[in-house]
Design a binder for this molecule. Structure first.
Ligand code: ATP
Ligand code: MN
Length: 463
């Protein structure tokens, strides 16, 4: 008999009165001398399917091994449920235990573990209701992202994970080498001889696919990347990971306003899609962790984001009278306390901050006529701070070259990038969305380490 997934089984419907086969892991077993109830979950939904074992049919001895965490295959009849909390249940005729889970050893035997404890058993935490819900929301969001860009005619471009340019400038990099670290080959001047390394030069894991994304955009018109990025920054914050996923659309013929419009539409689309397609999971997370979750998500979908120049934002912060941990002044790099003040206290809605001082932004951003600011745009969100960073790109060859020289970026790294401005340059724009920050926002979780299946952060790289 074909197996029915629990996501379909719990609906009952046409299955009522039919024989079914279901498989999954036991969440709980309870009952009395006459009947035992097993809550079975197969990961396809937050909901459990109730299996009823009649003790006229099965002995207590037979059922003993059905403990929390054990895995089962059950054959039985789907019937309407008399009990509260479920539409239907399966009256077991026959079952097989695939694998036991010794209650004395199984770490998830009891409910109600803290998120901190679960982080220590990251290999098993996907089996909890919380992480099941988070991982399903994450998967639904990933699908929404591909769907959004496909519907808009963007092409999915895969940019390299191993890069030879160390000037992406977005963060500290992890070096990639096959040189023997205990016995490094040296040049005559006593430096490491990287010509002997795997690629014949120094290489590292990418911190962003943007520069290569621009090569795609100036050929295909509009592309997006969606892949892993790596930053060796030693920031132990609830918003940073050493390995995270980033979505980077890059569009020819878009100015900064087109870019902001796209970013706002994109993020609203993803949130709506998750609310429609992962409703049960989001409701569960709301119930457990964040009572305002759904109203916050709906608020973001239904309200325009504020658009404001950095200079105005800094003025608001300076005049607020609020005491910040880090001082605010024109030219400062805003930290998340500043960003969140603007969003949560002042405007009470998402804010897109534009036209940042050029000193605190990357070399490739389009320079404004004032000579001081660049056409950057950061999207700031409640509870998160920066969720998107982007800009219109400098399309003028000479201006870009001058900036590269001012910053002392080696030309050996940049010639290929400059070629986009040398041959058929066009106005263009793009941005980067940190996938885990989006998942954080949509799940209402507080720590980014809880929204990626296998988190990597300083001092932690399990399996
Ligand atoms: P922040 O100031 O928050 O450290 P950033 O300005 O360094 O971020 P960008 O280089 O603009 O980040 O990267 C684009 C997006 O990638 C950010 O808006 C954010 O959503 C995400 N991001 C950046 N660094 C990390 C990280 N270490 N872990 C998870 N997401 C990140
Ligand atoms: Mn940024």
């Amino acid at each position: 008999m074909k197996r029915t997934k629990i996501v379909d089984a719990v609906k009952g419907g046409e299955l009522i009165g039919q024989d079914v086969c279901v498989k999954g892991w036991v969440r709980t077993r309870r009952g009395n001398k006459h009947v035992q109830f097993v809550a079975l979950n197969d990961g396809s939904t937050i909901k459990n399917l109730q299996i009823v074992f009649d003790l006229n049919r099965f002995s207590e001895e037979e059922l003993k091994a059905i403990t929390t965490g054990s895995s089962l295959c059950v054959y039985g009849k789907m019937v309407e449920s008399m009990g509260r909390g479920q539409v239907c249940e399966v009256q077991a005729d026959k079952f097989e235990i695939y694998g036991i889970a010794d209650p004395a050893e199984y770490p998830l035997q009891k409910k109600g573990h803290t998120l901190e404890f679960l982080r220590e058993i990251a290999h098993l935490r996907p089996r909890t209701n919380t992480f099941g819900a988070i991982l399903r929301v994450r998967s639904v969001l990933a699908y929404a992202i591909h769907k959004f860009f496909n519907e808009k005619g963007f092409f999915y471009l895969n940019t390299p994970l191993i890069t030879a340019s160390d000037c992406e400038g977005a963060g500290a990099m992890f070096q990639v080498t096959t040189l023997p670290l205990e016995n490094l080959p040296c040049t005559e001047e006593g430096k490491v001889d990287y010509s002997k390394d795997f690629f014949g030069k120094t290489t590292a894991l990418t911190v962003s696919g943007q520069l290569e994304g621009e090569l795609g955009a100036t050929a295909l018109g509009a592309i997006y990347t969606f892949g892993p990025t790596f930053r060796a920054e030693n920031s132990n914050t609830p918003r940073h990971l050493a390995e995270f996923w980033m979505i980077e659309p890059e569009m020819a013929f878009y100015d900064i306003t087109d870019n902001m419009d796209l970013a706002e539409e994109f993020i609203k689309y993803c949130i709506s899609f998750a609310l429609e397609n992962a409703r049960d999971d989001i409701e569960f997370l709301q119930e457990m962790y964040d009572k305002e979750l759904i109203s916050r998500l709906e608020f973001v979908i239904h309200n325009d984001f504020v658009r404001l120049p950095y200079t105005e934002g800094v003025k608001i912060l300076m005049e607020s009278g609020h005491k910040f941990e880090f001082p605010v002044y024109w030219g400062c790099d805003l930290s998340s306390e500043h960003e969140r003040f603007l969003v949560e206290e002042h405007f009470k809605r998402p804010v897109i901050l534009t036209d940042y001082p050029k000193e605190i932004k990357a070399f490739y951003m389009k320079q404004n006529e004032d000579g001081k600011t660049v056409r950057a745009m950061d999207v700031l969100f409640p509870k998160i701070g920066e969720i998107i960073g982007g800009s219109e790109r400098e399309a003028d060859y000479n201006k870009l070259l001058t900036r590269i020289e001012e910053l002392g970026i080696p030309m050996k790294d940049m010639w290929w990038y400059l070629d986009t401005r040398k041959f058929g340059t066009v106005p263009h724009s793009g941005f980067g969305l940190g996938f885990e920050r989006l998942v954080l926002f949509v799940t209402g979780m507080a720590n980014i380490r809880d929204v990626i299946p296998f988190p990597r952060f300083p001092g932690n790289c399990e399996f």
